[in-house]
Design a protein around this ligand. Structure first.
Ligand SMILES: NC(=O)c1ccc[n+]([C@@H]2O[C@H](COP(=O)([O-])OP(=O)(O)OC[C@H]3O[C@@H](n4cnc5c(N)ncnc54)[C@H](O)[C@@H]3O)[C@@H](O)[C@H]2O)c1
Length: 348
């Protein structure tokens, strides 16, 4: 069975590709990725050799309808798992149009190719989405699948638009679409502009760790492997036209995350984990910074049997170790463009 994984050279997608190839021997995986600043072939190193005949990489832009339709013709996929996206909120504030193009037009292009290709065949489209489509919460409550969409940033608005298109293709054309909405992921191969790897790289470089506002914003965290376990379950057990929230019931303030990282990093370097705040600098909050996200995964637990397995403290410790052991990997992805971006967002 052929399965197309878009965005498979990115953080979550590459972890998914490895999990799918090792756990689903009957699948042949075709990674479709445009290799933007966030896509990195090194994330897929060794797969060609280990899984020869069951793995293909195709460089293509999901918004390029000719390229996508050709891939559907060549590969006749039974499943599309759509991870490809412009994914960073801060970048969506600096340049929203890339988000509209990839996340909205790109998703529409894939949905339409699937509609044409699956006219008389079975096929499932898994739309990977985010809890950010629900907007922000106050101090209590959690997002359920019935929470109205109220995105705050161009990123989350573009993801909400993509989700609505996916649902419309289900209602209008009967396309078998399932949507998963997940909270903040962490783990290996995450681009070093996202909170956890960014803070680790700053520490290794001997720089202070910049925290937005007062650091009290709350995010709900999940290890990337648990997210991908949920995606596999949604592919295999999800009901057509349904949305499933994926989360691990793990809310943390940003400042607590940074302090936990500092403890792990100082200990790893053989230094006393004291006076943590002397390593932190508070910077001006970003516009439209959502206060709190918390996701209620009850439906996925009930209907899919979803159970996260990685405890946050263990997952964070392993993640820190991975970035310390794979410094060459994150130094390689820190391109010139990335450095410009960091200075635009955080100042020189
Ligand atoms: N990172 C998180 O915490 C999180 C949480 C919930 C949902 N998500 C969703 O999961 C998906 C993957 O997120 P991620 O953190 O791995 O992102 P990422 O930025 O690490 O990777 C995105 C990948 O998509 C590729 N891509 C971008 N534009 C493309 C285009 N036009 N055509 C083809 N490929 C393109 C990039 O090259 C890259 O490989 C996204 O849809 C995101 O919205 C992420």
């Amino acid at each position: 069975m052929n399965i197309i994984v878009t965005g498979g050279a990115g953080f979550i997608g590459s972890n998914f590709v490895r999990m799918a190839l090792s756990q689903r021997p009957e699948w042949r995986v075709i990674v479709v990725d445009a290799l933007t600043y966030a896509g990195n072939l090194e994330n897929l190193d060794g797969l060609e050799k280990t899984y020869s005949g069951r793995y293909r990489f195709a460089k293509a832009d999901v918004a390029d309808s000719a390229a996508i339709e050709k891939l559907f013709e060549q590969e006749s996929p039974s499943i599309v798992v759509h991870f490809a996206a412009e994914s960073h909120v801060d970048r969506s504030v600096l340049g929203p149009m890339d988000f509209v193009r990839t996340n909205v037009l790109g998703t529409a292009t894939l949905l339409d190719a699937a509609r044409k290709s699956w006219r008389d065949k079975a096929g499932r489209f898994l739309q990977i989405s985010t809890d950010e489509v629900y907007g922000a919460l106050g101090d209590t409550g959690a997002f359920t699948e019935a929470t109205p969409l109220a995105p705050s940033s161009p990123y989350s608005a573009s993801k909400a638009s993509a989700d609505l298109l996916a649902l419309a293709y289900h209602k209008t054309f009967g396309l078998d679409v399932v949507i998963t909405r997940c909270c903040n992921n962490y783990g290996p191969y995450q681009f070093p502009e996202k909170l956890i790897p960014f803070m680790i790289s700053r520490f290794v470089d001997g720089e202070k760790l910049p925290v937005y506002g007062n650091g009290m914003n709350v995010r709900d965290w999940i290890h990337v492997e648990d997210h991908n376990r949920g995606v596999l379950l949604a592919i295999e057990k999800g009901r057509p036209g349904e949305v499933y929230n994926l989360g691990a019931r793990c809310e943390r303030n940003n400042i607590d995350i940074v302090r936990s990282l500092l403890k792990l990093l100082l200990t790893a370097k053989g230094k006393p984990a004291v006076d943590l705040d002397s390593h932190i600098t508070f910077v001006k909050d970003r516009p439209g910074h959502d206060w709190r996200y918390a996701i209620d995964p009850s439906k996925a637990e009930r209907e899919l049997g979803f159970r996260p397995e990685v405890r946050f403290e263990e997952g964070l410790a392993k993640t820190v170790q991975w970035y310390l052991e794979n410094e060459k990997w994150w130094r390689d992805v820190q391109s010139g463009a990335y450095r410009d971006y960091v200075s635009k967002v955080y100042g020189a």
